[in-house]
Design a protein around this ligand. Structure first.
Ligand SMILES: Nc1ncnc2c1ncn2[C@@H]1O[C@H](COP(=O)(O)OP(=O)(O)O)[C@@H](O)[C@H]1O
Ligand SMILES: [Mg+2]
Length: 266
């Protein structure tokens, strides 16, 4: 459903993403992995229109979306969460989901927060979009609680609901399991599986190899901004270039080493 061709972006002399040609298939879970600084978040920023590429093209559902601004990318059906949680803890769970809807579908944050007359007419739409998203993440019963009163896992679900409120076809999750304990991680995996069973396509960046190996249909491996491997988990985890990349990276050498055994249990 998404194809990138020779995609690249440079920050000064640094090729954060370089010449990446890859695709994300509908109805699947695609994991993007790679050592710290590999370009994973930047790859998401390019797809979602937060950054403009210096080279290459992006096609989504057969249409070129290469230089579309974020809200138009969202309108075509791509939504994302951020690596760091960006929920409004002092607002209710439903208000968060509604802001997600407003920010993602048309207006800026201020338009979403300041309910002008023009805005009020759209409020019902945001409310129903927000509620539908909360139902999908299992938070409908907590809609009127303060977001900050939820557990860490609950707050992560709010972040996912904010992205889902625009009813995307493709959801990009940047390190969704960061800061989660093993039990919460298992719950998150079940939620992602449910969403995909319901017709959503998911691409995720994640360091936790148990999650990647247990969930992903396809894995795309980035290293120094370049694609070094792409394929199903059992193939990618045996790829010498991938093992080499992880062994060369102190921070994550152990994680990839565990991947095979963790994957076997998943
Ligand atoms: N806005 C930016 N300005 C300058 N450099 C950036 C910017 N965003 C990312 N980078 C650089 O791009 C590289 C890849 O970063 P990132 O995509 O965040 O890596 P990852 O998510 O794989 O850890 C890093 O060297 C990072 O410093
Ligand atoms: Mg990142």
């Amino acid at each position: 459903m998404l194809e990138v061709q020779n995609l690249g972006i440079r920050f000064g002399g640094n090729h954060a993403v370089q010449d990446v040609t890859a695709s994300i298939e509908a109805g699947q879970i695609t994991a993007i992995i790679g050592p710290n600084g590999a370009g994973k978040s930047t790859f998401f920023n390019l797809i979602s229109g937060f950054y403009q590429p210096t080279t290459g093209r992006i096609r989504f559902l057969g249409q070129d979306i290469t230089r579309l601004p974020t809200h138009e990318v969202v309108a075509r059906g791509i939504a994302r969460t951020f690596q760091t949680t960006t929920i409004y803890k002092e607002l209710s769970v439903l208000e968060n989901a509604m802001i997600g809807h407003r920010v993602r579908t048309r207006a800026g944050l201020w338009d979403a927060l300041l309910r002008t007359g023009r805005e009020r007419r759209d409020e019902e739409e945001s409310r129903s979009g927000g509620m539908a998203a909360l139902e999908r993440v299992g938070l409908a019963g907590q809609a009127h609680q303060l977001a900050g009163a939820l557990t860490q896992e609950g707050q992560k679900r709010v972040g996912i609901a904010m992205a889902l409120s625009s009813d995307p076809k493709l959801l990009l999750l940047d390190e969704p399991a960061a800061g989660m304990n093993p039990e919460e991680t298992v719950n998150l995996m079940a939620l992602i599986r449910d969403l995909v069973a319901g017709g959503l396509s998911v691409a995720l960046v994640e360091h936790k190899m148990s999650l990647v190996m247990g969930l992903a249909d396809e894995i795309l491996v980035l290293h120094h901004g370049q694609k070094i491997a792409e394929g199903p988990p059992n193939q990618v985890s045996r790829d010498p270039a991938v093992i080499e990349a992880y062994l060369g990276s102190h921070a994550h050498g152990g994680q990839m080493g565990q991947a095979g055994t963790e994957g076997a249990h998943a």
